[in-house]
Design a protein around this ligand. Structure first.
Ligand code: 26Q
Length: 818
C-alpha cells in the first residue's frame, strides 16, 4: 500500500471546469471555443488564486495576531520560474486541473507553457531566494519575501550567425500576468537626495530632494501541504508626478512630466552583472528603494494604526535576512527610522537594529564584495552616510576595547580613509547584524579564515554555516514526474516531498537490479523527452542513446567552462589526428547553458567559442556522431526543469575555493545524475553524503591552489607539458573554429597562456584523466545507474526545507505558526 500525504484538492474536476469557464467569460471575455491556451492559463491561475485566498488571509491574520516571529527575506532577486503548476501542486489541484483543461479541449502542457517566466534574478542567489520562500511556506513559517518587481528581467539571450551572444530586453509583463496583485493603498514614499539640517533641539532632519512612490505587488506563496500561504511583496516604482500635476497648475507640461521617467526607472531593469558590481547610482537607488519600503511596510503590518509603536519589540516581530550585501543599506535605514522618525536614542536604535538583521554572504571573490563610494551615498542618501560614519566610529571604538592590534582595527574599517572613502557593505552587514553565514561548509570556513578573518577573530560567535538547498517540489516532483512516481513506489509513501531525508530509504533498493533497471528506464524516458523538447524549441537533433553531459550555470572564468570545452576539443583533436579510433569513442552529447554578463568580454568570447566548436564538431563526418555539442540559448528555470532530469553527467568543475556553494549540483544529484567535480562549494558535502565511490572527483584542492599561486603560477608550463592540452589550444588558435581566422580567439588564448586566473590549464590533465573512469562506468549501465540511484538516495539533506530549518535553529529562532 502506498501512503499518499499530498494535499487533497479543494475542488472536483467539475467545479474546476465551471470556474475556468466563468473566468474565461468574465475575466477574459471569451467563450471556451474562442479561448487560446494563454486565455485558459490566465483563467486557471485566477481559479487557483481564488482557492488560495482564504488560506492567504488566515496566514496573514495568524501572523499579525499571533506571537510567532516572522521572517523577512530581503533580496534584490527572486528567480521564481513559472507559477501555475507549482501553485497547483502545492494546493493539491494538479489532477483536477489536468482533467478540466483536457475536458475543455486543451493540452495541459500548452496551458502551462503559456505562462511567461518571471526571470527576476541572475542565477543561484535569485533562485535560492525562490526555493527559500517555498520552503518557508511549506514549513508553515510566517514570512515575507521582499524585493523588486523589475519591468525587465535578466536579458533574453540569443546567438547571432557567428555564435556570439546577443542580449534582448526581457519584457515579461507584455501579456496579462494574473499572479501579481498591485496594492496601491499600501504604497510607501521613498526619499532621495537633498540635505540634512540640524534642528534647534540638536536632532537631525533629512530634507530630501525627490521621492518615489513604492507600490507593492503581492504574490501568493502557497506552502506544500501546509495550508499556509505567505506573501512575496515586490515593489514597483511609480512617480508622484500625477499627484503633483493634479495639485499644482504647472505651466510647462513637458517639464512637469519629465521627472517621472527618472522615478520609474528605479524598478525598470535587473542588473545583469553577478560578480563585478559596477557601482552605478541607479543600482544603489534600487537597493534603497526596496529596503526602505520593506522596513516601513513591516512596521505598518506589525503595528497597525499605531502612531507611537513600541519598536523595541520590532526584533520579536520580524527578523530580516540580508540576501548578500544588496539590501545592507537597510541597516542605516532602520537606524534612521528609529532615531529620526520615532525619536529613539542611538543606543536603543542600535540594539534594535543589530537584533533585527542577519547577513548571508554568497561569494568568495574579492571583486564581488560590494563597495560604494561614500561620495555617492552622500549625494543620494546624505543622512545615511552620516549614520554609516557614526556606525564606523562606534565600531572602531568598540574594537579598541577588544584588541590592541591597530593594524587589524584599521583593516576592519567600514568606511575607508583617504581621498575617496569607500563604504564596505559586507563589513557594515557584519557589524550591524547578529549573524553572518556562508552557504556551504567549505565556504563558511573560508569566510571565517580568509574573507572576514578579522571579524571572526573578534566575534567568533557571529559566524555560522547554512548549507544551501533546493525545493524538491519544483526540482523533483514538477521537473521529474517519472522519478517522483518511482521514488514513491520505492518508499511506499510520498512523504519524501516534505521530508526529503526519507530518500535514504531508497538505498537498499540500489542492490535490487530490477529497481535499478526501472530507475534507468526513467532516465532514458527523460532523455527522450528532452530530445523531443530540444527539437521543438531549438531545432536540435539529440540522440538519446548517447551520454547526456551537461554544464549549466552563469558563464564565469572561475566556473571554468573553458576546461570543459578544451577537454572536448582535445578529444576532437585525438579523433582528427587518428590518435584514437573514432569507433572506440563513447558517444556523448555535451549540453551547455550559460548567460554572460553583457560587458564580460572573455565570458562572451567563450560562448562564441563553444558555439563554433559545436558547429564544427557536429558537422564533421570524421566524428561519426560520437561527439555532439549543443548550446540551447537563454538558459532559464524552464529549461533547467527539462534538462536536469535528462542528464547523466553533471559538471561542477570550478576552481577549488571559488564557488561559494552551487545549487545546480544539488538539483542534478537529486535527479540521478552523476557529478564530475572539484572539491569546491557544496560539492564537498555532496561527495561526503553520496560516497566518494559515487562521485567523480578531480583537480586541485584549495590548499594546492593556494600553494601553486604562492609559488608563482605559470600556465604556459602546463601547455608545454601536456601534448593534448597543447593540441587543443593550438586548434583554437589555428582557426579551426573561426573559419580559418587566427585572430578571433587570440585574446582568449593569450589569457589562457599568460594569466589563467583560475588555473584551468593546471587542472586539465586531471580532468581528462578522470574521463576514462567516467566512460568505463558508463559502459556498464547497471553499475552506472546503481551509483546514480545512490546519489538520489543520499541527497535528501540538500532540500531547502533542511536549509530553512537550519536558519530557524541557528539564526532566526522562530518556527511555524501555532
Ligand atoms: C551586486 C551589485 C551590483 C550589481 C550586481 C550585483 C550582484 C548581483 C547578483 C552580485 C552578485 C549576484 C549573484 C550572486 C550569486 O548568484 N551567487 C551564487 O549564490 C548561490 C546561492 O548561494 C551560490 O550557490 C553560488 O555559489 C554563488 O555563486
Amino acid at each position: 500500500m502506498t501512503e499518499i500525504t499530498a494535499p487533497k484538492s479543494p475542488v472536483t474536476t467539475e467545479e474546476f471546469t465551471d470556474r475556468i469557464r466563468e473566468q474565461l467569460k468574465y475575466a477574459q471575455g471569451v467563450t471556451p471555443d474562442q479561448a487560446t491556451p494563454a486565455d485558459v492559463y490566465v483563467a486557471s491561475s485566477l481559479v487557483v488564486r481564488h482557492y488560495l485566498q482564504d488560506a492567504w488571509f488566515q496566514t496573514q491574520q495568524d501572523m499579525i495576531n499571533g506571537s510567532t516571529k516572522a521572517v523577512g527575506y530581503l533580496s534584490a532577486e527572486f528567480l521564481m520560474g513559472k507559477q501555475l503548476r507549482n501553485a497547483l501542486l502545492n494546493a493539491g489541484m494538479i489532477d483536477q486541473f489536468d482533467a478540466a483543461v483536457e475536458g475543455l479541449g486543451f493540452k495541459p502542457q500548452d496551458v502551462i507553457d503559456a505562462e511567461y517566466e518571471p526571470a527576476l534574478g541572475n542565477g543561484g542567489l535569485g533562485r535560492l531566494a525562490a526555493c527559500f520562500i517555498d520552503s518557508l511556506a511549506s514549513l508553515g513559517v510566517p514570512a515575507f519575501g521582499y524585493g523588486i518587481q523589475y519591468r525587465y528581467g535578466i536579458f533574453k539571450q540569443e546567438f547571432d550567425k557567428d555564435g556570439k551572444q546577443v542580449e534582448k530586453p526581457e519584457y515579461w509583463l507584455a501579456n496579462e500576468e494574473p499572479w501579481g496583485h498591485t496594492d496601491y493603498n499600501r504604497s510607501q514614499r521613498v526619499n532621495f537626495g537633498g540635505k540634512v539640517v540640524t534642528k534647534a533641539d540638536g536632532s537631525k532632519e533629512w530634507q530630501p530632494e525627490w521621492s518615489v512612490r513604492a507600490v507593492p505587488v503581492d504574490y501568493m506563496v502557497p506552502g506544500y501541504a501546509s495550508g499556509r500561504v505567505n506573501t512575496l511583496r515586490l515593489w514597483t516604482a511609480k512617480s508622484y508626478d500625477e499627484f503633483d500635476l493634479a495639485t499644482f497648475n504647472k505651466s510647462d507640461y513637458l517639464n512637469a512630466v519629465k521627472p517621472k521617467v527618472k522615478a520609474e526607472d528605479i524598478s525598470k531593469i535587473l542588473y545583469p552583472e553577478d560578480s563585478t558590481p559596477q557601482g552605478k547610482a541607479l543600482r544603489l537607488e534600487q537597493q534603497y528603494f526596496f529596503v526602505s519600503a520593506s522596513i516601513h511596510d513591516a512596521i505598518r503590518v506589525f503595528y497597525p494604526g499605531q502612531d507611537k509603536p513600541d519598536l523595541t519589540t520590532f526584533p520579536d516581530k520580524i527578523t530580516f535576512q540580508l540576501n548578500d550585501t544588496h539590501p545592507v543599506i537597510g541597516i542605516p535605514e532602520l537606524m534612521r527610522v528609529l532615531i529620526d522618525e520615532y525619536g529613539y536614542d542611538w543606543n536603543t536604535a542600535w540594539d534594535i537594529t543589530t537584533r533585527t538583521f542577519n547577513y548571508t554572504c554568497h561569494t568568495l571573490l574579492p571583486e564581488a564584495l560590494e563597495v560604494w563610494p561614500a561620495k555617492l551615498i552622500g549625494e543620494l542618501l546624505p543622512r545615511h552616510l552620516e549614520i554609516i560614519k557614526a556606525i564606523n566610529t562606534n565600531f572602531l571604538a568598540e574594537l579598541a576595547t577588544k584588541t590592541r592590534d591597530k593594524a587589524k582595527i584599521d583593516r576592519m574599517r567600514i568606511v575607508t580613509e583617504g581621498e575617496n572613502p569607500q563604504v564596505r557593505m559586507a563589513y557594515l552587514a557584519t557589524a550591524g547584524g547578529s549573524h553572518v553565514n556562508g552557504v556551504a561548509a567549505l565556504h563558511s570556513e573560508l569566510l571565517k579564515d580568509v574573507t572576514l578573518r578579522d571579524f571572526s577573530d573578534i566575534y567568533p560567535n557571529k559566524f555560522t554555516n547554512v548549507t544551501n538547498g533546493v525545493t524538491p517540489r519544483r526540482f523533483i516532483r514538477l521537473a521529474n514526474p517519472r522519478l517522483s512516481a518511482l521514488i514513491t513506489e520505492g518508499l511506499g509513501t510520498d512523504r519524501w516531498l516534505s521530508d526529503l531525508e526519507l530518500l535514504k530509504g531508497l538505498e537498499p533498493l540500489a542492490k535490487d537490479d530490477e529497481f535499478v533497471k526501472k530507475f534507468a528506464a526513467v532516465k532514458q524516458a527523460n532523455k527522450e523527452d528532452f530530445a523531443a523538447y530540444a527539437k521543438r524549441e531549438y531545432g536540435f537533433e539529440l540522440d538519446p542513446n548517447t551520454m547526456f553531459n551537461t554544464m549549466v550555470k552563469r558563464l564565469h572564468e572561475y566556473k571554468r567552462q573553458s576546461l570543459k570545452i578544451l577537454a572536448l576539443i582535445a578529444k576532437y583533436a585525438d579523433i582528427k589526428s587518428g590518435k584514437v579510433n573514432v569507433d572506440d569513442v563513447l558517444p556523448r552529447t555535451v549540453i551547455f547553458g550559460a548567460k554572460a554578463a553583457p560587458g564580460y568580454y572573455l565570458a562572451k568570447m567563450t560562448i562564441q567559442l563553444i558555439n563554433n566548436v559545436a558547429r564544427v564538431v557536429n558537422n564533421d563526418p570524421d566524428v561519426k556522431g560520437k561527439l555532439n555539442v549543443y548550446f540551447p540559448w537563454n538558459y532559464n528555470v524552464r529549461l533547467a526543469q527539462h534538462l536536469i532530469p535528462a542528464t547523466d553527467l553533471d559538471e561542477q568543475i570550478s576552481q577549488a575555493g571559488k564557488e561559494a556553494s552551487g545549487t545546480g549540483n544539488m538539483k542534478f544529484a537529486l535527479n540521478g545524475a552523476m557529478t564530475v567535480g572539484t572539491l569546491d562549494g557544496a560539492n564537498v558535502e555532496i561527495r561526503e553524503r553520496v560516497g566518494a565511490e559515487n562521485f567523480f572527483l578531480f583537480g586541485m584542492t584549495v590548499d594546492e591552489v593556494d600553494k601553486l599561486y604562492e609559488e608563482g603560477y605559470s600556465p604556459a608550463k602546463y601547455y608545454e607539458a601536456d601534448p593534448r592540452l597543447k593540441a587543443a589550444i593550438d586548434m583554437v588558435s589555428d582557426g579551426t573554429f573561426s573559419n580559418g581566422d587566427r585572430n578571433t580567439y587570440a585574446p582568449l588564448v593569450a589569457d589562457w597562456l599568460t594569466k589563467d586566473w583560475f588555473m584551468t590549464l593546471a587542472d586539465f590533465t586531471a580532468y581528462t584523466e578522470i574521463q576514462s573512469d567516467i566512460e568505463a562506468l558508463y559502459r556498464q549501465p547497471l553499475e552506472w545507474n546503481r551509483k546514480a540511484l545512490l546519489n538520489v538516495a543520499n541527497s535528501g539533506y540538500f532540500s531547502s526545507d533542511r536549509s530553512i530549518q537550519d536558519y530557524l535553529d541557528r539564526i532566526w529562532h522562530t518556527g511555524p505558526l501555532a
